[in-house]
Write a protein that binds this ligand. Structure first.
Ligand SMILES: *Cc1c(COP(=O)(O)O)cnc(C)c1O
Length: 765
């Protein structure tokens, strides 16, 4: 193995290879990459070799040469263990090409990425990309640092005992910063807080200096060897996290004779939002970094997000540091970027062919380009907040121009993790993305949930599942459709049906039989009290006799009728007990194991002891608390219905507003017209002061009858109201629960009523 890794290392040091790849989606430059075919629980890199050869990759590290690829002129380096080879190579690179590089390593439960970025920017040093902090990420980070770099800043994250020693041996940091270690979050994998802190401190065992907050002083002095310099930073009790992280970063840089540049200290909040733009564009804005080091990470992000076939435009403001013309040529030649728009000097003229342009300064760019110069393209805008490129990106964003349902994908992740934390680690979460993900739009949600480790997605109808597959969702999908009419699509898209009757079971077996399918996964639904659909306990005998080799019971489940009725626990408990009994009967009858699940959102929060093997998370994933109990009080709303004011008028008391003159003003008022009506999903029962709109911090009543495409709002009390002011119908300031109460329905209906003509705009914080 030594021999193989040495060979690749030489290619890397000679510059013949510039990228080490373990995820085929990250490919930028085929001939300049080496691919490590890793095996994970859910995937095998060897499966991607064919496709990577087609895309120009010539170097592969594998544990065997897959059949058919033996004699086709690419280089295979066969090793026993691909992951070990990657690690070994990183280790060798660290001790040769990076022998004199001064490494700063960051660990801790939170704030790692932030302080890492701040320090790297202050030092002008390369650093590990955003989430590269794991057993795999650290070797990849090390291999991405240019040979001979003066400083490097690396993040080291661990989830269980023993991992840190391995990372420490690879990074060999001179200085270590342990950011806050909180006792509340992620203690799993460790016996207790002290144990977790001591594991993090292993990173500093051989360092020259370790910097830490004084809250872990006892552990640090107790655990670190005598000859390690210990810098304890006292963080004031009332310090904001930004200030606390700033103090830690500043102290760390001081130990290597540098200081923290004050302008870098700010949250990473606005990194890489994707939002829907005008003229069917998508826009990803990176307002945080504008250098060439960070470009590959941003491009990688774009490649995962851009819909297949959509051209990519890179708009880049005056950059910090040197222009990497070679990288830009590669991106354009490979058509990873189709159009380049740049500001400033240092670029090769040959980059600007076709629709690509270079502008001398930002104001020239803003004078020359307008929103109509962009159409149906994915725009990656890199440029500082408030700069010309950022201004252009904002002009292009739909949310500043129209009625939108804004969907906060970070809030989805927060809510997902909030529920995961209530469950045993091995319990799978089925995420309900039926009804277009409760109105939020299933595609982006599915991508996000796939990335964050949901066990299953559940859709209502086969068409929804088919759409997800077409968009590249590969994780398991259940179809809860009561009636399947398109079995070709069901099987072709690996959609696993819910089976609730003998007729349906027989039909699925027959259809699978016609296509010679065996062991097709199905999900058996039992009725334990909902009295809607499902087998009864008494059906088990006949059910098990009706099963055939064409199908395999992947799971057995039921649905609760009263989990969110706090006064009906007897009923819920009787359903839960009945379900337990059904599962016992079924496992005695089936020769193989299957998953069991019954809890919905309210069920998880209230009866976690009945989590079985999986749970089904719906409304709470979207941040709606239907319970009002502490377990669900920390959810974050995901969707916000927003629009803008398109007309403002002053009317005297006594005037009537709208159809039927149903509101008569009792004061002189400023009335705003907003282009949202009942056809957009604004319930007409909110008319005539029954509902409100949030305008610049104030709740303003809806006046007059809501029209099909517009409504009027009394904004007299709101400050600074102008044409174009954004308003919120629901979201962080007006909950869907409030609206549901005002119109006598449930939040589910409010969420799913937003009409398809309202643009969905997705963003991350
Ligand atoms: C919709 C649905 C859920 C999710 O319910 P929530 O109350 O939204 O959490 C769970 N299971 C089934 C079968 C469903 O149809």
């Amino acid at each position: 193995m030594q021999h193989e890794t040495d060979q690749i290392l030489q290619l890397l040091c000679r510059g013949e290879i510039s990228a080490v790849l373990t995820d085929s989606r990250s490919l930028i430059d085929g001939p300049g990459s080496v691919f490590f075919a890793l095996r994970t629980e859910s995937n095998d890199g060897h499966n991607y070799i064919g496709q990577l050869i087609d895309r120009g990759v010539r170097h592969f590290v594998v544990d065997h040469i897959p059949q058919g690829f033996e004699a086709i002129g690419v280089n295979f380096y066969v090793v026993d263990d691909v992951f070990a080879a990657l690690r070994q190579m990183a280790m060798a690179y660290r001790t040769t090409a990076l022998a004199s590089t001064r490494f700063i390593a960051v660990s801790g439960s939170r704030g790692k990425s932030v302080v890492k970025e701040w320090m790297a920017q202050s030092l002008g040093a390369p650093h590990s990309p955003r989430s590269y902090n794991s057993q795999l990420g650290v070797p990849l980070s090390i291999l991405s640092i240019p040979a001979g770099a003066q400083f490097a800043v690396i993040e080291a994250g661990i989830s269980r005992e023993g991992e840190m020693a391995r990372l420490a041996g690879l990074i060999r940091p001179e200085v270590v910063l342990i950011t806050g270690v909180s006792d509340a979050e992620h203690c799993d994998g460790f016996a207790d807080f002290r144990h977790k802190v001591s594991e993090k401190l292993i990173l500093g065992q051989e360092a020259r200096v370790v910097v830490f907050p004084s809250s872990i002083e006892d552990e640090a002095y107790g655990f670190l060897p005598k000859d390690v310099t210990k810098v304890s930073v006292a963080i004031p009790q009332d310090a904001l996290w930004l200030e606390a992280d700033g103090m830690l970063a500043a102290e760390t840089l001081r130990t290597v004779g540098h200081s923290l540049a004050p302008e870098v200290v700010r949250p990473l909040k606005t990194r890489l939002n994707v939002s829907q733009g005008v003229n069917n564009c998508l826009i990803a804005s990176d307002r945080f970094t504008c250098d060439m080091h960070s470009l590959p990470t941003a491009i990688d992000f774009v490649k995962r997000r851009a819909p297949l076939g959509m051209p990519v435009t890179l708009v880049i403001d005056r950059i910090v540091g040197d222009v990497d013309n070679r990288l830009l040529h590669t991106l354009l030649d490979k058509e990873i970027v189709n159009r380049l728009i740049a500001v400033g000097e240092g670029y090769d003229d040959t980059l600007f062919r076709g629709k690509s342009r270079r502008y001398g300064d930002g104001s020239e760019l803003l004078r020359s380009l307008s929103v109509s110069d962009f159409s149906s393209e994915f725009i990656l805008a890199k440029g500082e907040e408030g700069g010309a490129v950022d201004t252009l990106a904002r002009r292009l964003e739909a949310r500043h121009n129209e009625t939108v349902l804004e969907v906060n994908l970070d809030a989805v992740v927060h809510n997902f993790n909030h529920f995961k934390a209530m469950l045993r680690p091995q319990t799978g979460v089925v995420c309900m993305v039926k009804a277009s993900a409760y109105g939020a739009g299933s595609l982006e949600l599915a991508r996000t949930l796939q990335d964050h480790g949901a066990a299953y997605l559940a859709v209502a109808v086969v068409d929804e599942g088919e759409e997800l597959r077409r968009a590249g969702i590969t994780m398991p999908i259940m179809a809860l459709n009561p009636k399947v009419t398109n079995y070709d699509s069901l099987f072709a898209n690996s959609l696993e049906p819910e089976i609730f009757s003998f007729e349906m079971l027989e039909e699925v077996i027959a259809e699978a039989g016609k296509r010679d399918i065996r062991d097709y996964p199905i999900h058996i639904k039992f009725d334990t009290g909902m009295h809607r659909l499902g087998f009864l306990r008494g059906d088990i005998d006949r059910l098990c006799r009706s099963l055939a080799p064409q199908v395999r019971v992947a799971s057995v489940f039921s649905h609760l009728a009263t989990a969110d009725c706090l006064d009906m626990d007897d009923y819920t408990l009787s359903q839960l007990e009945q379900f337990s009994a059904i599962c016992r009967d079924m496992s005695q009858r089936l020769p193989y194991g299957f998953k069991r699940h019954i809890l919905n959102s309210a069920g998880i929060a209230r009866f976690p002891q009945y989590q079985f093997d999986m749970v089904r998370l719906g409304i709470s994933l979207y941040g709606v608390d239907t319970l009002g109990i502490p377990a669900t009080s920390d959810l974050r709303p995901v969707s916000a219905l927003r629009s803008i004011i398109i007309s403002l008028k002053q009317w005297d008391a006594g005037r009537s507003i709208g159809y039927g003159c149903r509101t008569i003003l009792d004061h002189n008022a400023t009335i705003a017209t907003i282009p949202v009506g009942y056809a957009d999903g604004l319930n007409r029962r909110l008319s005539n002061m029954h509902g409100q709109v949030w305008v610049n911090g104030i709740l303003c009543p809806i006046v007059g009858n809501i029209c099909m495409d517009a409504c009027m709002v009394d904004v007299t009390a709101a400050p600074d109201v102008k044409l174009g002011t954004q308003v919120e119908f629901f979201g962080p300031n007006i909950s869907v629960n409030t609206i549901a109460e005002q119109i006598g329905t449930i939040p589910y209906e409010v969420l799913t009523s937003v009409s398809p003509r309202v643009k969905r705009v997705y963003y991350r914080e």
